[in-house]
Design a protein around this ligand. Structure first.
Ligand SMILES: Nc1ncnc2c1ncn2[C@@H]1O[C@H](COP(=O)(O)OP(=O)(O)OP(=O)(O)O)[C@@H](O)[C@H]1O
Ligand SMILES: [Mg+2]
Length: 256
């Protein structure tokens, strides 16, 4: 190989490496989504690096849940324009079950614990999905409360325990992007801290999280970055610290 060809190879190689490291792990590009004819998600874009936690905030009705549902590719709202990429895969071209297989797990506000099943059965059912999710042993090690209650019916757990079960169930699947809708709602501070500890501990594993929370201060303290929505549009994107330090922004969009 000539020196010139070698040099151009090196240049091309280094360019590729730069693109690799600068490309976000998860990317939402100008996404528009509708409930019937109601235009709700109005051109949302956001980027997250692998292992980051993003707080998705905004007033009631700002479009937070709708954005999470759009990302998870639920039928409603309907995605009509824009792209969603996770780890190089085109999520916008997928149905919800395919997005789940690609590693996206949505934990909705009501947590969807399956009635009539024990804690362990709820987890075992999640493990039926293909892929390399956490084993029951790994889950019980990180969630000792669930280990203690493994034979208890899932729906009889406390709110906090049900939230832990919902997160554990996502970890039992092949999880790359965890979408949490109001995970702290109705929970005592001690349980919130336990969930924060778990969310923090999965970051080094490369699991990326989007957290929607009314408790914006708690979400911002946990998160690396923040996006604020208002009437279905992004009005702020930056670091979580920038929001914590900006009282005007907090006042205007978060009422805190
Ligand atoms: N199934 C639906 N059909 C029609 N409109 C809907 C539907 N679900 C939500 N909306 C509307 O979409 C807008 C955004 O709702 P969304 O639930 O995404 O907001 P949010 O930011 O999650 O609010 P909250 O903080 O109250 O949970 C609201 O105006 C809401 O009324
Ligand atoms: Mg909501």
């Amino acid at each position: 190989m000539s020196a010139l060809a070698m040099q151009s190879d090196i240049v091309a190689g280094s360019q590729t490496a730069d693109i690799e490291t600068s490309r976000p792990f998860f990317s939402v590009r100008d996404v528009h989504a509708y409930y019937g004819e109601s235009y709700i998600v109005q051109g949302v874009s956001l980027d997250i690096r692998k292992g980051e936690i993003l707080a998705l905030l905004g007033r009631n009705g700002a479009g937070k849940t709708s954005t999470l549902r759009t990302i998870a590719r639920t039928d409603d709202p309907q995605l009509r324009q824009g792209e969603i990429w996770l780890d190089g895969k085109p999520i916008h071209a997928m149905k919800s079950y395919e997005a789940a297989r690609a590693g996206i797990q949505l934990v909705p506000e009501d947590r969807r614990i399956i009635q009539g099943l024990t804690v362990e059965e709820n987890l075992a059912l999640a493990k039926v999905a293909p892929g390399n999710g956490w084993s029951l042993e790994q889950i019980y090690e990180s969630f000792p409360r669930l280990a203690e209650r493994r034979t208890q019916e899932g729906v009889t757990l406390s709110g906090g325990e049900q939230q832990m079960l919902a997160i554990a169930r996502a970890l039992a699947r092949d999880l790359k992007l965890l979408l949490l809708d109001e995970p702290y709602e109705g929970l005592a501070p001690v349980i919130v801290h336990e969930i924060e500890r778990i969310l923090h501990s999965i970051k080094p594993l490369g699991i990326t999280t989007v957290i929607v929370e009314q408790n914006a201060v708690a979400a911002l303290k946990l998160a690396d970055r923040a996006v604020i929505l208002d009437t279905g549009e992004v009005v702020f994107a930056g670091t979580a610290k920038e929001v914590l330090d900006n009282s005007e922004l907090r006042h205007e969009y978060l009422a805190i």
